[in-house]
Write a protein that binds this ligand. Sequence first.
Ligand code: SF4
Length: 319
Amino acid sequence: MTQIYTYGNYLKDKFGCKVYKVGINISGFTCPNIDGTVAKGGCTFCENDSFSASTNEVQELKGFHLNLDSKENPYLQKQLEQLEIQFNAISKRQKDEYGAQKFIVYFQSFTNTYAPFETLKALYEKALSFDNVVGLSIGTRSDSITEETLDYLGELNKTKEIWIEFGIQSIYDKTLKKINRGHDSENVKDWILKSKKAGLNVCGHLIFGLPDESKEMMIETAVEAYKWGIDSVKYHPLYVVKRTALANDFINGKFKPISEEEYLDVLVQTINIKPKNISVQRITAGIDDESLLAPQWCKDKNTQIKNINKALKPSGLKY
Ligand code: SF4
């Protein structure tokens, strides 16, 4: 059996030790697909409230949101403190429990380039100043990053490990419209190519099981994303969380979630055609709490991984 090349393998090869991502959630960040700039309500599967209700939320910042045109940020100091508190707590746990030696600070929730440049610069530089931090991973949308930020990250990448994560989801604009994505596929392609040109490492997020997509469409999305030069990939099944627009569609019989068999079939096919150099950062997703509406197979991660390995076996692969 050949082990699939994972992001963990990549980091181990590159840094020679255990490198962990430290997921950070900074208050005051939002998304142009939620704040009305592009659309309101967000992607149909996104439970926006779950972010703002986060236990990490700084109370003072409740209701305060940055965007690309914000002229000032009176809460920058608070955000920098929040970053440090979260980093210290999470990295300590990763060190104590898993023997993590180095870290990549992962700006995870919302759109992490959707703020004035000076705010981004201050947060990124603070993150890189922490002990044993070797780089950053920045989750964002392709319609919410500027050339200035990209150039700056390209410079940082000369001495640090800088990743940018884009939600690709699907290459089909009709699907992107159905999920209220707020940008088209060409926009994602453009910014991935620009990011690569700036020398950055790119991770693409793909979702299988989007409304009305056939297996062929899902596979074609992966084929295209690979061609755009992504360095790493996260595969997700689309699951329905309560209090979302998708939940309404599901309840009204307008959306049928992907079955586990179909997900495994698409996943195995897309992994088999994936260029070897693209590392896999996520092979499935789910949520093990009462907020999951469907499909129920997305509840138990261990069973999912067991079934993925079973499905990969005939290809001589394991995860
Ligand atoms: S881009 Fe991300 S944060 Fe924004 S609405 Fe979509 S899923 Fe939610």
